[in-house]
Every structure is written in C-alpha cells, then in structure tokens.
Design a protein around this ligand. Structure first.
Ligand code: VGL
Ligand code: ZN
Length: 198
C-alpha cells in the first residue's frame, strides 16, 4: 500500500496567511495531480490553541524568528498561526479533499511544538499517524506540502525511522528558508537518514 501524506496545506501557510511560506500555494495543483496515483491519501493540520508557546506573542520582548528554547527543546518563535477553528487554520479550499481519508491534527499542546505529523518535537506524545498507516498495511509514504524545512522534513524523518519507505517530492513542497539554505540543508539531512528526495 502506497500513501500520499499531505502536510499542513493551510491558509496561514499560503500567500496572505499569518506564516506565509514563499510560493506556498504552488503546492496545491501539484498535490491535486498526485492524489489519484495513491492507494491512500492522508493529511495533517497544524492546530494550535490561541496561547501556544511557539508564538512570539507569548514571549514579551522576543521577536518573531528568534531562536529560543521551550521545555528544553530548540524553538523558533513564530507569528500566531493556525489557531484552532480560525480560517487561517483551515485546509486551503483549492486542495482537493475528496480522497483525504483522515486528517491528523498536531500542535494542540500549548507547551510543546509539533512539526512532525507523527510525534511532538520532544517525541513525548504520538498523534496516532504511524499505527494508523501500519494498520492499513501502508509500507510506502510520499510526503508533500508545507513547510519543507519544518513539518515536511520532521514528518519524513519520523516515518523513515518507523520503517516506512519514505520519499519527499520536492515539486509538491515549499519551505520557509528562515536562514538562506535551510531547505537544501533539510533535504540533504533527509537523504542521510534514508529518505528519498525526488
Ligand atoms: C510549521 C512552523 C510552525 C509547518 C508549523 O507546517 O511547517 N512551521 N508551525
Ligand atoms: Zn505551528
């Protein structure tokens, strides 16, 4: 069984959104075209409470983009984004959801960020994605969506670690590139842990 995993194609990550990824909406037609080629299509959704501690607004005096630590883990401070139930948190209307069998929400615990769709950043709690895929007999997962250097990359690494044959499809991903070269570095690190980048 081959699955397509669509990461965080949400309004806040697209142009005009709170944490807009450059050219983020370009992934949507690419992902719509890919979907018919898979046995299973699954999505994730970044889904934060309004006082999530990854938000710079929760750290007076600290600017968006600052690198700090949260509960002992490295943490970039982000603008408020993907707040539960807001239009910014919704999956983009142009994304074809007809074949999306399940949506895994993440980042719901205010005290820890969750880039991966499988575990929080401290690998303390699981979302259930991995047992869900295993239970359906999935062995191969192609990962697409937003953002390449955060949620796509963390998810692909966790899936490869869990034993899935994992690939990231570059043409259907876009990255933040907070520091120039972040996307290229993230993809290079993925190839080192056995994720195919194509
Ligand atoms: C993401 C930063 C903060 C992502 C989510 O979906 O890549 N990035 N929250
Ligand atoms: Zn987030």
């Amino acid at each position: 069984m081959r699955a397509l995993l669509i990461i965080d194609v949400q309004n806040d990550f697209c142009p005009g959104g709170a944490l807009a990824v450059p050219d983020g909406d370009a992934v949507i037609p690419a992902i719509n075209n890919l979907q018919p080629g898979y046995d299973l299509v699954v999505a994730s959704q970044d889904w934060h409470p309004p006082d999530h501690r990854s938000f710079a607004s929760q750290h007076p005096g600290q600017a968006v983009g600052t690198l700090t630590t949260l509960d002992g883990l490295p943490q970039v401070l982000w603008p408020d984004h993907c707040v539960q139930g807001t239009p910014g948190a919704a999956l983009c209307d142009a994304l074809d959801q007809a074949r999306v069998a399940a949506i895994f929400r993440k980042g719901t615990d205010r005290d820890i960020d969750s880039y991966s769709a499988a575990f929080d950043n401290g690998r303390r709690k699981a979302t259930g994605l991995i047992p869900y895929l295993r239970g359906l007999g999935v062995t191969e997962v192609d990962v697409v969506g937003l953002a390449t250097d955060y949620c796509v990359s963390f998810t692909a690494r966790d899936l490869a670690d869990a034993g899935f044959t994992t690939a990231v499809l570059r043409h259907a991903c876009r990255g933040v590139n907070l520091r120039p070269g972040d996307v290229d570095r993230a993809l290079a690190q993925l190839t080192e842990v056995g994720v195919a980048v194509r």
